[in-house]
Design a protein around this ligand. Structure first.
Ligand SMILES: [Zn+2]
Length: 410
């Protein structure tokens, strides 16, 4: 902490002390001085400001240590709030959280679909306003809005580029700038897989020294990567496009222009297409078969697999086997401790994906004799990306001293 605060601005110092109080539970001013390396006078000044801002509260007296009993300080999670929005083609998910990441209000609505970008942004803005009213929070306590985007990010303006050149109208479109102009709060934008990884980190499930990846499955696949407690973004925030890792050089064509990509072989649309090849299965599950119904059709197949329907188990295991092969390559490339499977694609049959991946890594990982690579399902549920987006906002308030933090912009 002393090293972190060397050369820090006043705001960074306030944030670091606030983060220290948050992670300590209850703490005295003397403890803070010891742990931060700041003088007692500096701590008193910062604490006075944090109390005035309502970000912390005094909660009684600690144990007597020689002299008088010192006042205990505690983080006040209800002093500020954040919104996370995950925007994807089939659905849009919103969460309002307090500063501890607890969800106060949430909403799922339809995705961008084939709407013109301006129409989608207008609808999202209106839904966001309704949600803030429903959450019954003081607008002044809302720190900002985190936005998790599917698809490719452009440079600088962070645009969402369309994922299918003939069917979506999202390319090129300055999502951040347009939302910024429409929403009266600071916003921060990130790709959805990275948001899911940040969400896991914030939820406190990952020790800070761990190198881990989050595989996010929604329409396709993405990988969020955290090394040494910092998010790895690559040169243009497009890191982790594992959906386009080639697993079969003679495999089916992928919309990206490639052939035999993980996405073309194992994403929900590929699984639904295989299921439709079995008319009796498609009939039994009442698959709708429409492009806009891929997510719900896939959920039906995954649910039946989880319930033991052998035809569906076979389909999900096939998808899981392709994913496990991709995870094996990633593990061999990056030497990871842990892989977390997150996002709506794993909601119904995540156990099957975990089982197949664990078996594959235990059998073939290059480092299997040295250390295990744990694979588990996220506990954040299908809203992992939206929760991660909200936690990015909290990060920006609490930990701007960390490199992984992305600043809020107006
Ligand atoms: Zn591809």
């Amino acid at each position: 902490m002393g090293k972190i605060l060397k050369g820090a601005t006043a705001q960074e110092t306030h944030s670091a002390i606030l983060d220290l109080i948050r992670s300590s539970g209850t703490v005295t001013r003397v403890d803070l001085a010891e742990r931060s390396g700041l003088t007692g006078a500096s701590i008193s000044r910062v604490v006075k400001q944090l109390l005035a801002d309502g970000l912390i509260v005094e909660t009684g007296l600690g144990d007597p240590t020689g002299g008088k009993r010192a006042t205990l300080l505690q983080f006040n999670p209800r002093a500020r709030h954040a919104v996370g929005i995950s925007i994807d083609t089939p659905s849009t998910t919103y969460v309002v959280t307090d500063m501890s990441g607890r969800v106060i209000e949430q909403l799922s609505s339809r995705g961008t679909g084939r709407d013109a970008p301006a129409t989608a942004v207008r609808r999202i803005t209106a839904e966001l306003e309704d949600l803030i009213v429903k959450a019954d929070i003081e607008p002044a306590t809302l720190v900002g809005v985190g936005v998790a985007l599917a698809g490719r990010q452009g440079g600088g303006g962070l645009r969402l580029l369309r994922t299918d050149s003939s069917k979506y109208a999202w390319e090129p479109f300055a999502v951040r700038d347009t939302l910024s102009a429409a929403i009266d709060h600071p916003i921060v934008v990130e790709n959805d897989s990275t948001c899911a990884a940040i969400g896991e980190f914030w939820a406190g499930r990952i020790p800070s020294a761990n190198d881990f990846a989050t595989v996010y499955m929604a329409t396709g696949f993405g990988l969020g990567l955290v090394t040494n407690g910092d998010v790895y973004r690559g040169s243009s925030s497009n890191v982790g496009e594992i959906g386009h890792m080639v697993l079969d050089v003679n495999g089916p064509r992928c919309w990206c222009g490639g052939q035999g990509c993980l996405e073309a072989l194992a994403a929900p649309a590929a699984v639904v297409k295989r299921a439709e090849g079995d008319p009796s299965l498609a009939g039994d599950l009442a698959l709708r078969g429409r492009r806009t119904a891929v997510r719900s059709d896939f959920a039906k197949i995954a649910r039946s697999a989880a319930a033991g329907d052998h035809r569906c188990v076979r389909l999900i295991e096939e998808s899981a086997t392709y994913l496990a092969k991709a995870l094996l390559s990633i593990t061999n490339l990056l030497d990871l401790d842990q892989i977390i499977l997150a996002g709506p694609g794993f909601s119904e049959a995540g156990d099957i994906y975990v089982r197949v991946a664990v078996a594959e890594l235990n059998r073939l990982s290059f480092v299997r004799a040295m250390h295990p690579t744990r694979v588990e399902q996220s506990k954040l549920g299908p809203s992992a990306a939206a929760l991660g987006a909200a936690s990015m906002v909290l990060h920006s308030q609490l930990t701007p001293h960390q490199k992984s933090t992305r600043a809020l912009t107006r």
